[in-house]
Design a binder for this molecule. Structure first.
Ligand SMILES: [Zn+2]
Length: 381
């Protein structure tokens, strides 16, 4: 049986199929409740007072734009419990971030928050019930011998080519999902059986797609920063949280019947966006290009510099051990293939340097791949 027919009719909650006008009405009602709840938080109370906004003043969803934005920095500044909207005794779980890029943050959940979270995740995992028995019986070390049939992947941006490689290596169907710990962890959006964009769980999250510089909404179908308002969260409700993730929204109907609009794969972080000779480039685009060229490993570094009047981008690419060769002609051919693919995906010319297998630095956790020398002291603007 095909993956589509097997999963087609497995819808967990009625809300997933809610007609959009009904969904919009539910969102507005929940948005008003959310503004009521955040009014208990001094940080939001002050911001709302400054804007002169109250829950009754929200007449339609377009009024969302009158509400204040929230950033990761606001979470850090209010560390540890400044943004909590419920008394401490109602919290049943706390999650702390490691703070690898700055001060740590803490988020919390009430019992209702956890119930909602379970439902949100269950909507994307209807396939699991089919497979638990088989997975439990699985033995052996060859990944293809495991009885895994479905895998759900989130966190770091991954490409379509990476999906193919994972599916081949493990013999399973790989699905994309999206979430972030500040909002709820996994469960914000996920793919249906059509695997053509991740349905946003709009009965719980109200989303916008904004230009990260001007903070104006982007034109439909254009990449922008995803901004999320949590509609049902009790412990830490967030108004217009800037995720820094760049994606594209699509509200056209999906063949699966779910009415939640779909977001494309995250193509990068607004902080990671490089502007090279006026072209916006994301490291994920370079990775996508490298995965398309046989013979390169998924280890690379991007260096941008401005030695003269113009930016120059150099991509250092590690070769796969089995493709490593002394033949100059073969190396030249590989360099040309990479250069052409980068140029077709990212829209600009880069210098390609091939390096021996296992020579680029490896990272635990978040990899550092971009070195922007233009920002170094005494260099560039
Ligand atoms: Zn769908």
């Amino acid at each position: 049986m095909s993956i589509v027919s097997e999963m087609e009719n497995r819808v967990w909650s009625r809300e997933e199929l809610m007609p959009r006008p009904e969904l919009r009405a539910l969102q507005l009602q929940r948005l008003r409740d959310c503004v009521e709840r955040v009014s208990r938080v001094p940080f939001y109370r002050e911001a709302l007072n400054r804007n002169g906004t109250t829950s009754e003043a929200l007449r339609g969803l377009d009024d969302l734009r009158r509400l204040p934005l929230t950033t990761k920095e606001d979470l850090r500044r209010n560390y540890p419990f400044g943004l909590f909207a419920v008394p401490r005794e109602q919290l049943v779980r706390l999650h702390g971030s490691s703070g690898t890029t700055g001060k740590p943050t803490i988020v919390g959940y009430t019992a209702d928050d956890l119930d909602n979270w379970s439902t949100l995740c269950a909507r994307f995992l209807p396939s699991y019930a089919l497979n638990l028995a088989e997975a439990a019986a699985a033995q052996g070390t060859d990944p293809r011998s495991l009885a895994l049939r479905f895998g759900h992947f989130g966190a770091e941006p991954w490409t379509e080519d990476m999906r193919c490689r994972i599916e081949l290596a493990f013999g399973l169907h790989a699905f994309n999902n999206y979430g972030l710990s500040e909002v709820t962890g996994p469960g914000v959006s996920g793919e249906c059986c059509r695997r053509n964009g991740m349905h946003i769980q709009e009965d719980h999250f109200l989303v916008e797609c904004l230009d990260p510089d001007t903070l104006e909404p982007v034109r439909p179908g254009t990449p922008g920063e995803l901004v999320i308002t949590t509609l049902t969260k009790q412990a830490i409700p967030l108004l217009r949280y800037r995720t820094r993730d760049i994606t594209t929204l699509d509200d056209s109907p999906c063949a699966c019947g779910r009415t939640g609009m779909r977001m494309a794969r995250v193509i990068g972080r607004s902080d990671d966006m490089l502007i090279v000779r006026g072209v916006n480039v994301f490291p994920s685009q370079i990775e996508e290009a490298l995965l398309r060229v046989d013979g390169t490993a998924p280890h690379y570094q991007i260096e941008v510099d401005r030695p003269g009047a113009l930016d120059e981008m150099t991509i250092r690419v590690e070769m796969r051990p089995e493709k490593f060769t002394d033949s100059f002609a073969a190396l030249e051919q590989l360099r040309r293939d990479i250069s052409r693919t980068v140029s077709s995906i990212a829209g600009l010319h880069a210098k390609i340097e091939l390096v021996k297998p296992q020579t680029l630095e490896r990272f635990e956790g978040k990899a550092r791949r971009v070195f922007d020398r233009r920002r170094e002291p005494g260099r560039g603007p």
